[in-house]
Design a protein around this ligand. Structure first.
Ligand code: UDP
Length: 403
């Protein structure tokens, strides 16, 4: 794991000095993160990098994961989709399953933190255990247009927290508690994002039998309908009529996402007649994701709904031209035709990809701009700073200046 000092050439010394100062002010406080999976998805991705760096800043940050069975994660996946505004059949039984598992977790999990930092809806009910410590709910989802039944149910717990954190102003709901807006981030020095030699890229391409004879379009995402892998294939097919190219759809599964294998089957079915489509079920391996992103000509993220969309930041940081849907946190990262291309449909995605494949210089410029935008706004150091300021503000009066 990279040390703090190694970030200085990337973000500058003043940034690191400020982190050290804030870290000192938090000494003696235990920050307990709680989420629902240690592996897979953006939240686990961030926590895996953030906890060690906070520790290096001598902040006592810890991470616990709630337990849940298949039924619980089926329900939380439905909740996740419903909060994104997708229709789901949710009935009393689903709420009962959620409540029962939450109660079991509440009984088993010690909420020892001075600050209990709960990520996303799965562990939200733990707040019933609060006793004198500070509780913050970190919502990574865009809940601006949720299914009301699910939101009302969760809201009753959310309002018991001291504060809530959302990734962007447009993701929020009105709440009677303090809200903070803190965008997520990527770690430029993680295995997923650090510079790697061409040889490492080539060997991953060879491992997955992907020749370098044609431009490569890639989407890296869990196999999830909201990531619209079928739409990606349709866009690729439209591009392919004009520019010969390959498509990589690569993703693993997350332990809290039961739908993955079914979606993977649909994707395989849809692509089986075309040898230039490479469907990869990835092991959890950050170097491989890094290599696939770096080895691609254009990165696509054609999500129908998105939280922040870390994969976009990862690709931009690598200087790649990105075509991505104008949803969730993606427009924070991509200013259309400046740091990437935003799209609204299969046709729009195909048009943008074609344009980038036909104009490599333009594509390179978008990638360069994208990299600087990520450097200035979405690196881990900025994220840690925001969180530390938030934690400190919990110990101040209501007159504190909001982030
Ligand atoms: N990811 C990964 N392997 C995969 C698929 C995704 O490591 O097979 C990573 C991806 O690089 C990113 C995170 O998982 O860091 C996904 O975060 P994002 O915000 O894009 O989407 P989420 O899965 O949280 O909806």
């Amino acid at each position: 794991m990279a040390k703090l000092e190694e970030y200085i050439p990337i973000v500058g010394k003043p940034v690191i000095d400020e982190l050290k100062l804030l870290g000192q002010k938090l000494q003696g406080k235990v920050i307990q993160n709680i989420n629902s999976t240690a592996v897979g998805g953006g939240v686990a991705e961030i926590l895996n990098r953030m906890i060690p760096l906070l520790k290096e800043l001598e902040v006592d940050a810890r991470w616990d994961v709630i337990k849940g069975g298949e039924q619980f994660f089926e329900v939380t996946k439905k909740f996740h989709n419903a909060l994104h505004g997708k229709h789901e059949d949710i009935d009393r039984r689903d709420f009962d399953i959620f409540t029962e598992t939450s109660q079991r977790n509440a009984a088993e999990l010690n909420t020892y933190g001075d600050i209990v930092f709960v990520h996303d809806p799965q562990p939200v009910m733990l707040v019933n255990k609060r006793s004198g410590n500070k509780w913050v709910w970190r919502c990574h989802i865009d809940v601006s247009n949720p299914d009301q039944k699910v939101w009302k149910f969760l809201r009753d717990f959310v309002v018991k927290y001291d504060s809530a954190v959302f990734s962007a102003p447009s993701f929020t709901q009105e709440l009677p508690i303090r809200q903070f807006l803190i965008a997520p981030s990527i770690d430029p020095l993680s295995d997923k994002n650090k510079e790697i030699p061409q040889q490492a890229i080539d060997s991953v391409m060879e491992k997955y039998k992907i020749p370098k004879d044609k431009p490569i379009i890639t989407q890296i995402s869990r196999f999830d309908r909201l990531k619209d892998p079928i739409g990606v294939i349709e866009a690729y097919k439209k591009v392919k009529k004009y520019v010969d190219c390959r498509l990589i759809l690569a993703g693993g599964t997350a332990t809290d996402d039961p739908e993955g294998m079914a979606v993977l089957d649909e994707v395989r079915e849809k692509s089986k007649a075309d040898a230039d489509i490479h469907i990869l079920l990835l092991p959890q391996n950050d170097i491989e994701v890094n290599a696939l992103q770096r080895g691609s000509t254009v990165i696509i993220q054609k999500s129908l709904k998105e939280g922040f969309g870390l994969t976009v930041a990862e690709a931009l940081w690598k200087g790649k031209p990105v075509v991505a849907s104008n949803v969730g946190g993606i427009p924070l990262q991509i200013k259309n035709k400046y740091s990437g291309m935003l799209c609204y449909s299969v046709d729009g995605a195909a048009y943008a990809i074609k344009q980038l494949l036909n104009s490599p210089q333009y594509a390179r410029k978008l990638g360069e701009n994208g990299k600087e935008h990520i450097r200035n706004n979405f690196l881990l150091t900025r994220h840690i700073r925001d969180y530390m300021l938030l934690f400190l503000s919990l110990y101040h009066g209501e007159d504190i200046v909001y982030l």
